[in-house]
Structure formats: C-alpha cells, structure tokens
Design a binder for this molecule. Structure first.
Ligand code: GDP
Length: 499
C-alpha cells in the first residue's frame, strides 16, 4: 500500500476545490470514484482493487432449458383461517410418510415432498414439494422482494364457510401473479353434511375465478383434509399443471435456492432449510446467503432422513452455517474464498450505505441552508450571517401508514421500513393494514403528520387529490426496494441541518 503522505488539511483543501465540501470532514469513507479522483489530483495513478467489489450472483439462464430434466413443482397452500390448510398439509404429509419408510420421524422444516403415483402420467413430475407453513412469512418476504418461488398455489375454500376476507386476499394475489403461477381451488370440508358446492362455485365466479366445472380455466378439486378424500385427485391435478408448466432445471452445477426457515439447534448450531431451485447441493459444498456462510455438513429431508444430494425442487435442512441466515434470502454456491470475498464486500457495501446516508443528509441540508441564506441576502441586502446552532431534541420521526395487498406482505414491508434511519431521524410505523389506499387513510396520515406507503395496492384519483390537498405523501410500488429508497430519501430530508 502506498500512502498519499499528505497533511489532512491538504487533502481537505483539494476536496473543497473539487466541490466535495460535504465529504471533507475528517471521518468520512470515500467511495472508490472519489478516492481515485483525489489521488489523481495529487499526481498519483491509483489502481482500483476490483477484488473488493467481488460478489456472487445467480447463474445466468441456461441456454437450452428444454434440454434439462424436469423438476418437482413447488406448491403453496393458501386460504382463509380455519378453512383447513394445516389439516390438509398434515394429511398430505402423513400419506407420503406412510408410503415411505416406517418409523420415520416427520419434522417441520418448512417444506415436504409427496410422491406422484406413476399412473398419473409418465411425463409429469415424480414428486411435489409443498411449502408447509400457510401464510408463511418467508413466502411473503420473498414475494415482496420480487422472488418467485411458488409454481402453483392451492386456494383452499371451506365449502361450509364460502369466500371470506383472506380468500379474497389470495384471489387478488393470484390475479397479479396469474402468468407466473398455476392455480387449483381445493373445495374443502366436503365431508360435512349440507355443503353447497354449487353455491361456492358461483361465488368464485363472482370473484372472477372461473372454474373448469363451469366452463372456465381454473381446475378445482373437492377434498376433505380430515378424511383424505379427494387428495389423490389434488395431487394428480397439481402434477398435470406442473407438466404443462414444463418446469426444468440444471440437475448439477452451482446451487441457486432460497432459505425457507432457519433456527439454532442445540448440538448442531445454526441450521436452515434450503429450497434448491437450480444445481445440486451436497455435503462439503460452500454456500452463501446474505452475509452468512456454510460449509454444508449434514442434510436431512422432512422425514429426518439423511440426504446425500439435494436436486432442484428439493428442500433440505442444512447444518454447517457459521452464522444464522434469514428466511427468504437467496442461497448461492461458490468456493470458500469467493464466499469470503463476497461477504466482505457485502458488509463493506452496507457500511458505505450507512455512511452515505450521513453524507447525503449533510449535502442536502447544506445546499438548502445556502439557498435559504442566499434568498435572505437577496431580499434584505444584508451580509450573510451564520445560523444559530440547532439544539436537537431526540430523533425526528417519519411516521408511516402501511397498506399492502395481503397481511404477509404488510409484515414484510413493515420489517423492511422499520430499520431505516439513524440516531437523528427514524421511521415509525403508525399502522399496517391490508387493502387499497382510501380517503380515511389519507385523513389518518394527515392527523399524525405521516405518509402512506402502499405495497401492491392501488388508490383512486379522489384519494390522490385529497392527499395532495393535505400534503400527505404517498409512495406506491410493487417492489419493496423502491419503497425503501423513497422512505430513505424522506428520512434524509428530516435530518437536522449540520453546518
Ligand atoms: P387452517 O387455519 O386453515 O390451517 O385450518 P385448520 O387445518 O387448523 O382447520 C380448522 C378447523 O377445521 C379444525 O378444527 C379442523 O379439524 C377442521 N377441519 C379441517 N379440515 C376439515 C375437513 O376436511 N372436514 C372437517 N369436517 N373439518 C375440517
């Protein structure tokens, strides 16, 4: 390493000349662009260390997907509370265990696999992977990040209860993702006397779900999670949809997947369920998730059976993590040194982002202060005066009203926005609910002096007009990062003026 060998004041002078006043305080981390610029100003020829910018990314799309083998579909069961999701999953899981080894201890790992009887058509998948926690937080978090994990959604509706609020939530979600996900309606609890399936089918039609039985395009199956009736038909229908979707993936090579769940277990340390979507995960592989590294030690399926290789569509618990990864984060494979470099880089980026927040704040505040003083000088013709120092009284708050399409994503958005800010200005979630943005939300935001954040929801012209009249900001997007950027920018504006 060659040092610049200059006094700090020299460096600061140069920075001032280069228009970098805001960064010229002594304790700022320079971005590499600025550092290069300054080194050149001092007549040096800097070499940028690209190693420091190293990261791992998902493998590029395969050039000939049609040549790859098929993989099992990943299925999520959704629906209103008490409509029988858990019971359905339990029955599906135990039916798969009965066919497998006797005495296997089923454990909840976030997903399990059900074999498809070979009679159901040779071209279809040999098994189906069910994500096993309905309304899974990780699922919502993944969706909110734009990651698509589920191939097929099973919408469970209890025949004795009909369409309920969360049923509508799922229908809204299905409509948005219609091109990307398959859908089956499971009309559940048909063992109950007096179920009116016809009425339910018509009610679904009103919600724009056209069942095949009524000449539409959405398959439905009448089931009872309790007795197991109709479950073979459900599995067969899922297998047919998967066959049409023609899901294929690389059976070997670098792994790409997602963390479904993670926890610390006595004796094993951090373990995580990894859903593999591409490549093959094996003991000894090095994987990265967020800033967490694992050398895969042990892999198990949901029956507690040790697994030697996890191929696409399979979910396995993985031990060997050096720290606990987060549900919903990507999993990527690399060499040990690649992963170490990527983690260092990801951590450095996070640090820089935090310090940029400060730099941006100071910059924008200085600019505003300059403009203010200039305007003042122009109107009064007086000499510029230094402003009095502000005395801060606790952090300022950006109050947020969150609206989202489903409760799971409301939670995910809340989680993402809550962390934004520093000791001088922070976000505070006032409320978080499901549904489009209404006039009442605007009035509520006005009352608390806050803003509205909408994820995958819409508003109307009158609502927007009302918001404009009352100076209530609205941020809307289908992408959580956009909302984070918007909120971050507003938090920065709240920071006190530092001169
Ligand atoms: P979830 O909230 O959607 O996961 O619903 P659960 O699986 O917890 O079921 C809610 C209630 O409905 C429980 O008391 C179950 O025993 C009952 N239940 C679930 N499936 C059936 C079914 O197919 N038939 C009948 N009769 N009851 C069911």
């Amino acid at each position: 390493v060659e040092h610049l060998a200059r006094l700090l004041s020299d460096l600061q002078d140069k920075m001032f000349q280069a228009g970098m006043e805001a960064q010229s305080s002594f304790d700022y981390v320079l971005t590499s662009d600025y550092a290069v610029l300054l080194a050149e100003e001092f007549g040096r020829k800097p070499i940028v260390n690209d190693e420091a910018a190293f990261d791992l990314y998902p493998p590029p799309p395969h050039p000939n997907v049609a040549s790859l083998p098929t993989r099992p579909p990943v299925v999520t069961i959704m629906g209103h509370v008490d409509h029988g999701k858990t019971t359905l999953l339990d029955t599906l899981r135990s039916s798969s265990v009965a066919k497998g080894e006797v005495g296997g201890i089923t454990q909840h790992i976030g997903a399990f696999s059900v074999p498809v009887p070979s009679a159901s058509g040779a071209a279809g998948p040999q098994s189906i992977t069910f994500l096993d926690t309905p309304g899974h937080a990780a699922f919502s978090a993944m969706r909110a990040r734009g990651a698509q994990v589920t191939d097929i959604i099973v919408l469970v509706v209890a025949a004795d209860d009909g369409i309920m609020p969360q049923t509508r939530e799922v229908i809204e979600l299905i409509k948005k993702d219609r091109e990307k996900v398959g859908v089956v309606v499971a009309i559940n609890k048909i063992d109950k006397p007096g179920c009116d399936v016809d009425a339910l089918q018509k009610a679904l039609l009103v919600e724009d779900i056209h069942l095949e039985d009524l000449g539409g395009d959405t398959p439905s199956v009448e089931v009872s999670g309790l007795t197991g009736k109709g479950l073979p038909e459900l599995v067969e229908t899922l297998s047919l949809i998967a066959e049409i979707q023609d899901l294929r993936a690389e059976p070997d090579g670098a792994v790409f997947g997602y963390v479904l769940e993670s926890k610390v277990v006595k004796g094993l340390g951090a373990i995580a369920t990894v859903l593999v979507l591409r490549g093959c995960l094996k003991p000894g592989s090095h994987v990265l998730s967020g800033v967490h590294h694992a050398k895969v030690r042990m892999m198990q399926d949901s029956n507690g059976k040790s697994v030697k290789a996890a191929s696409p569509g399979m979910a396995v618990t993985v031990s060997g993590w050096k720290s606990l990864p987060s549900a919903g984060d990507e999993v990527l494979q690399g060499t040990e040194s690649e992963i170490k470099k990527a983690i260092a880089n990801r951590q450095r980026k996070a640090d820089i982002e935090a310090s940029l927040l400060d730099i941006e704040a100071i910059n924008s505040n200085r600019q505003k202060e300059r403009e203010r003083r200039q305007a003042e000088a122009e109107t009064t013709g007086e000499e510029l005066q230094l402003p009095k120092e502000e005395t801060p009284t606790g952090p300022k708050e950006l109050r947020l009203l969150i609206k989202a399409d489903v409760s799971g994503s409301a939670e995910a958005v809340e989680g993402a926005l809550q962390g934004i800010g520093n000791h001088l200005a922070v976000t505070k979630v006032i409320s978080s609910s499901v549904g489009d943005i209404l006039e009442s939300d605007v009035m509520m935001a006005k009352a608390v002096g806050g803003m509205i954040v909408g994820f995958s929801v819409s508003s109307s012209r009158p609502v927007e007009t009302l918001a404009a009249q009352h100076d209530v900001p609205i941020a809307m997007s289908d992408i959580i990062y956009r909302l984070m950027e918007d909120v971050r920018a507003r938090v920065i504006k709240l920071l006190p003026v530092i001169i």
